[in-house]
Design a protein around this ligand. Structure first.
Ligand SMILES: NC(=O)c1ccc[n+]([C@@H]2O[C@H](COP(=O)([O-])OP(=O)(O)OC[C@H]3O[C@@H](n4cnc5c(N)ncnc54)[C@H](O)[C@@H]3O)[C@@H](O)[C@H]2O)c1
Length: 282
């Protein structure tokens, strides 16, 4: 299946980033959200991001105009009918996603593929609520989408080889580097990343080193661009805690127990950058 037009559900942080990546690669997109205000906000974010790329001389003003001309926005799912692939990038809520996917399933052509950008919901489980489970897959982009090279392509138990190959080819067309992952909690990157962050909280809680020295250690010793505690502040401590709780529940293995200090800080409302205080003060 060759993908000529991509539909995107959700014009938020990830949805508008995916739309931009497609349009810059010359692929027409239809970006749908629930309100005109939401799609306009998404479109304004894309325009701002393209302007920054012009300033950095990565693209020209003509490239920007061409990319914007390839993005159609709408508040009606009907406009997604022309797409051979629809990527769902709406709010992370299971019931909401089920509703959206079932609506798309009844409306798209039988051949059309469906993908979800979910960070934490099982692709196998989402595929199962549609009548096209073999044509359903996870496409996990990273934030900010236009800058981040990786896409995790997540195969549910039901995903066909043809679906995998078509979506992988699309990711490559977007200039991304896809990795193929079997559906499992946290997929690959977050499965390794979040327990590492959790471990950094244990090291901090035990008084082994200061936050600054823990972060400096991981930056200089492992060549990480940012230390785990500073990264936790960026992601949100509540998000890190919720992810650890999912791993603990899903794997039933005590090695995923969230650090007590992480729990304490979340209970205190010290969630990181978004609240002005996390491990560090902002
Ligand atoms: N933010 C990240 O760093 C990140 C990274 C990878 C994956 N994800 C995943 O991507 C998805 C989107 O996350 P986000 O950060 O872009 O969220 P966001 O809150 O920025 O955007 C979500 C958008 O979905 C829209 N929406 C809600 N209900 C809708 C509906 N019924 N139809 C159409 N649009 C609807 C909202 O209006 C909003 O604009 C989530 O599943 C999230 O887990 C997020």
């Amino acid at each position: 299946m060759s993908i000529q037009t991509v539909g995107i559900v959700g014009a938020g942080t990830m949805g508008n980033g995916i739309a931009q990546a497609c349009a810059v690669a010359g692929i027409p997109v239809v970006m749908v959200d629930i309100s005109e205000a939401a799609v306009q906000k998404g479109l304004a974010t894309i325009a701002g991001s393209l302007d920054r790329l012009i300033k950095k001389e990565k693209i020209t003003a003509a490239d920007k105009d061409k990319a914007l001309s390839l993005i159609k926005t709408s508040t009606s799912y009907d406009d997604l009918k022309a797409a051979q692939l629809v990527i769902e990038a709406a709010t992370e809520n299971y019931d909401l996603k089920v509703k959206i996917l079932q609506q798309l399933d009844s409306l798209l052509t039988p051949e059309a593929l469906m993908a979800s950008n979910t960070s934490s919901i099982s692709i196998t489980k989402l595929a199962a609520v549609t009548q096209r489970a073999d044509k359903f897959i996870g496409m996990h982009f990273f934030n900010p989408v236009p800058m981040m090279k990786l896409v995790e392509i997540i195969r549910g138990l039901q995903t066909s080889d043809a679906t995998h190959d078509a979506v992988k080819a699309l990711a490559e067309k977007l200039g991304k580097t896809p990795i193929t992952v079997k559906n499992a909690p946290g997929f690959v990157v977050n499965r390794i990343l979040v327990p590492m962050i959790n471990e950094a909280f244990y090291v901090l809680a035990e008084g082994t080193a200061t936050p600054e020295d823990i972060d400096e250690g991981m930056k200089l010793g492992c060549n990480h661009p940012i230390g785990p505690l500073a990264l936790a502040d960026m992601i949100g401590l509540d998000v890190c805690l919720a992810v650890m709780e999912v791993y603990l529940e899903e794997f039933g293995d005590s090695k995923y127990r969230p650090c007590y200090l992480l729990r304490e800080m979340v209970a205190a409302g010290r969630l990181g950058r978004k609240t002005g205080q996390g491990v560090y003060t902002y």
